[in-house]
Design a binder for this molecule. Structure first.
Ligand code: NAD
Length: 276
C-alpha cells in the first residue's frame, strides 16, 4: 500500500494511516491485526485499556515483518499517571516489544491536580531511555497542553483527539499547528454512530469520485494532514479504508464537508472525563 509517512517534530516518521483496535474484543484482536498486516497496514494504535496489547504483540510476532517497518502506539491509562515507567514496562511486556514508536498520555484528568504533569514527566523519562521513539498526549485541550509545555519545555509530538466532520476542533488544531504538534484524529468516521455517510455533502463527493462515503471522509482527513487509524474488524473494510490514494477532493468538496460541523463532541468531554 502506498501509505505516506509524516515526520513528527523530533524526527520520528509515522505512517499517516493505520488501524485502531479500540473495541476489538479479546480473542479477536490477534486475527484482526494479522489481517491488517497482511492487507498492508504497518501502523497499529492500541492502549492498555483496550485490553488487547498481548494479542497485538502476538500478531506482530507471527507476521515476521521487520520491527523497523512497523509503527506501534500504546497509551498510559488514567490510574497509572503516577507510575508511568512501570506501566510502560508492563505494556512492553504484553506487546512483546522492547520499544514502541509512540507512547501517549491517554486523558488529561484535569480534575486531579498535577496528574497530567506527573504523567508527562514520566513519559519524558521513557523517551530519554530510548524505549519510545516519540511521546505525546491524547484528549488534551489547549490549557492542558499549555500546562505541560510551560512546566517542562517538552512539546508533545502528537495530540490524539476526537475529530471528524461533525466535530472539527478548529481552535485546538490551530494551536497544535503553531506548536508543531501533529493531530491524530480518533473516531475519524464519528465511530459509525451518526448519519455522516448519508449526508449529501459526503454522498455527492463519493458519487463523483466513485468512492464510498467512508473513503471520502477519510480522504478529507488526509488532505488536511491528520493522522488516522479507522477501526474495523472486517478485512474487506480494511482494504476499503486504505484505498485512499488514487483520488483527490477539490477545495469545494472539502469546504462542503467542513460545513457539517455541529460544535459539540460525541465522545467523552476531556475536561470532566476521569474514569480510572
Ligand atoms: P471510527 O471512527 O474509526 O469508527 C469505527 C466504526 O466505523 C466501526 O466500528 C464501523 O462501525 C464503522 N466503519 C469502519 N469502517 C467503515 C467503512 N469502510 N464503512 C462503513 N462503516 C465503517 O472510531 P474509533 O474506533 O473509535 O476510532 C478509531 C481509533 O481511534 C480507535 O480504534 C482507537 O485506536 C482510537 N481511539 C482513541 C481514543 C482516545 O481516547 N485516544 C478514543 C477512541 C478511539
Amino acid at each position: 500500500l502506498p501509505i505516506p509517512n509524516l515526520t513528527l517534530t523530533g524526527g520520528t516518521e509515522i505512517p499517516q494511516l493505520g488501524l485502531g483496535v479500540f473495541l476489538v474484543e479479546a480473542g479477536e484482536a490477534e486475527r484482526v491485526v494479522s489481517d491488517a498486516l497482511e492487507v498492508g497496514y504497518r501502523h497499529i494504535d492500541t492502549a492498555r485499556i483496550y485490553d488487547n496489547e498481548a494479542e497485538v504483540g502476538r500478531a506482530i510476532a507471527a507476521s515476521g515483518i521487520p520491527r523497523d517497518e512497523l509503527f506501534v502506539t500504546t497509551k498510559l491509562w488514567n490510574d497509572d499517571h503516577a507510575r508511568a515507567g512501570e506501566a510502560f514496562e508492563q505494556s512492553l511486556d504484553r506487546l512483546g516489544l522492547d520499544r514502541v514508536d509512540l507512547y501517549l498520555v491517554h486523558w488529561p484528568l484535569p480534575k486531579v491536580e498535577g496528574s497530567a504533569l506527573a504523567a508527562w514527566h514520566g513519559l519524558i523519562e521513557i523517551a530519554e531511555s530510548g524505549r519510545a521513539s516519540a511521546i505525546g498526549v491524547s484528549n488534551f485541550e489547549i490549557e492542558h497542553l499549555q500546562q505541560v509545555i510551560d512546566a517542562t519545555g517538552a512539546v508533545p509530538a502528537v495530540n490524539q483527539i476526537e475529530l471528524h466532520p461533525l466535530h472539527q476542533r478548529r481552535e485546538l488544531s490551530a494551536f497544535c499547528a503553531e506548536q508543531g504538534i501533529a493531530i491524530e484524529a480518533w473516531g475519524p468516521l464519528a465511530q459509525g454512530k451518526t448519519d455522516l455517510f448519508e449526508r449529501p455533502e459526503v454522498l455527492t463527493a463519493a458519487e463523483r469520485h466513485g468512492k464510498t462515503p467512508a473513503q471520502v471522509v477519510l480522504r478529507w482527513h488526509l488532505q488536511q494532514g491528520r493522522i488516522i487509524f479507522p477501526k474495523t474488524g472486517r478485512r474487506e473494510r480494511m482494504v476499503e479504508n486504505a484505498d485512499l490514494f488514487d483520488f483527490e477532493l477539490s477545495g469545494t468538496e472539502i469546504e462542503a464537508i467542513d460545513s457539517l460541523e455541529v460544535g459539540t463532541n460525541f465522545g467523552p468531554d476531556p475536561r470532566s472525563f476521569d474514569v480510572r
